[in-house]
Design a protein around this ligand. Structure first.
Ligand code: PLP
Length: 402
């Protein structure tokens, strides 16, 4: 017999059976195609959220669907007790797209960062007499596991879950002297600097190229690792395959997830030779690097490269930025970002603009109280850009200053 609760309407049932840890919009999404979502009541929405910067290729991209279908019929999961072809191919492609190294696969961004943290700690034991502190920046977001919460350093996210693992220090953004002082602090010697080239969750703040170069130089000078979290900024979204490439540097470790596998859960850590310290038994994941996710990621990377979607992100991002700025609305105080990872800073709560957009057929969401994040699929075309700018103008016009 079905449990009693299944007779409730969908959203009441959701409240009865799902934990209350998400603030959800009152929408049930049933289908996605390209840059559009469809709800259970037949509404079609232009998707500016992109599954929180996941749907790089939009929804149900034909190459993604074909790769998934073919792999589903061949091999879904086998474990890491064996080699599987899609995993090896994907690792080779990632290395080729970024820097020489080797790859560990997990299932999410937080897991990728956890692995990077463990690698940095082991590297510290081997190379820095057991030093283990990891420096991160204020405004960072690295995930929701205990260690990545500690790396994130956001009291609102982490206070209910204390105590957190020791060994993380958040430093002010842009302050190189603070980083250098922390790197040489004899009481809390640091083995690594972990940063997002574009801070996404805290409101879309790109780090300056020169600042990234200086961080690289400081890590070299003080024998520490530079770990770049490209979980949100990667896969072409910033206008280059990886955002760090715009600064002309190479990290020791890079973490990837979100857009990696066309919407399937997959995370990766790319580790350069200097930091390659893991040996059998050090780390693992049952599902990590499963053939399904890897085959789809292979296909997704193919499309990103062959269709030059990084260049598309640059072009579309510039068009969106220009169009939104062109409104000259006093409610918009800044529009920043790179490629198709944009933050619209407002003088009114961004949730109000998100609501107004939703009423006009556009799914968008705030990332901080006063910042609307614009992270559409990289395949957004001129028609969808025009559609969005038209709705955006109307939605902004409907808001009154506080
Ligand atoms: C930069 C960054 N790092 C890590 C994460 C955590 O990824 P996940 O939610 O897949 O664990 C996120 C998620 O938003 C992110 O934006």
């Amino acid at each position: 017999m079905m449990p009693e609760t299944t007779r409730l309407p969908t959203r009441e049932l959701a409240q009865a059976v799902l934990l209350a840890n998400y603030t959800r919009l009152p929408l049930t999404v049933v289908r996605g195609q390209g840059c559009y979502l469809e709800t259970d009541d037949g509404r079609r929405l232009l998707d500016l959220v992109g599954g929180i910067a996941v749907n790089v290729l939009g929804h149900c991209h034909p190459e993604v669907v074909a790769a998934a279908t073919s792999q589903l019929q061949r091999l879904i999961h086998a474990s890491n007790l064996y080699y599987t072809e899609p995993q090896i191919e994907l690792a080779a492609r990632l290395v080729e797209s970024a820097f020489p190294g080797r790859v560990f696969f997990g299932n999410s961004g937080a897991e990728a960062n956890e692995a990077a943290i463990k690698i940095a700690r082991k590297w510290g034991q081997r190379n820095r007499d057991g030093a283990f502190h990891i420096l991160t920046l204020q405004g960072a977001f690295h995930g929701r596991t205990l260690a990545t919460l500690a790396a994130t350093g956001n009291a609102h996210h982490s206070d209910p879950f204390r105590p957190l693992p020791d060994g993380f220090r958040q430093l002010p953004k842009g302050d190189l002297a603070a980083v250098e002082a922390a790197l040489v602090d004899p009481d809390r010697e640091a083995v690594a600097v972990l940063v997002e080239p574009i801070q996404g969750e805290s409101g879309v703040f790109p780090l300056e190229d020169d600042y990234l170069r200086q961080l690289r130089a400081l890590c070299d000078r003080h024998n520490a690792l530079l770990i770049l979290d490209e979980i949100q900024s990667g896969m072409g979204r910033s206008g280059t395959m990886w955002a760090y490439q715009q600064a002309g540097i190479v990290p020791d470790i890079m973490t990837v997830a979100k857009g990696l596998a066309g919407g399937l859960p997959l995370g990766a850590v790319l580790v350069g030779e200097r930091a390659d310290v893991l040996v059998p038994g050090d780390h693992g994941s049952t599902f990590g690097g499963n053939p399904l996710g890897c085959a789809v990621a292979d296909a997704a990377l193919d499309v990103i490269v062959s269709e030059n979607l990084a260049a598309r992100a640059r072009y579309a991002g510039a068009a969106l930025m220009q169009g939104m700025r062109g409104l000259g609305s006093p409610l918009i105080t800044e529009i920043r970002g790179r490629g198709l990872l944009l933050g619209v800073q407002l003088s009114v709560p961004a949730s109000r603009l998100a609501e107004a957009l939703l009423e006009r057929g556009v799914a968008a969401k705030e990332t901080r109280e006063y910042v609307l994040r614009v992270a559409p699929p990289l395949v957004i075309d001129d028609e969808a850009i025009a559609y969005f700018l038209d709705r955006f103008a109307d939605a902004v016009g409907s808001l009154r200053a506080p």
